[in-house]
Ligand binder design. Structure first.
Ligand SMILES: [Zn+2]
Length: 64
């Protein structure tokens, strides 16, 4: 089995890594997996930040 992103051969460990939410194998090497997860993590952080910002601005509006 090879990494879907960089086409490197996966180790046995890498080949067993699963996306628990999708219940599907990643088919990615650890390096690609790390960069993918980091991107997901960053976008989740950004979403949380925007939600917080919207919440705060709505609070400010209601006090006015
Ligand atoms: Zn890879």
């Amino acid at each position: 089995m090879r990494c879907r992103a960089c086409n490197d051969e996966l180790t046995d460990y890498e080949a067993t890594l699963k996306d628990s939410r999708a219940d599907d194998y990643f088919d990615l090497c650890v390096q690609c997996l790390t960069s993918t997860r980091q991107a997901v993590f960053d976008s989740e952080l950004e979403t949380e930040y925007n939600v917080l910002k919207n919440y705060q601005s709505s609070q400010e509006e209601s006090e006015d």
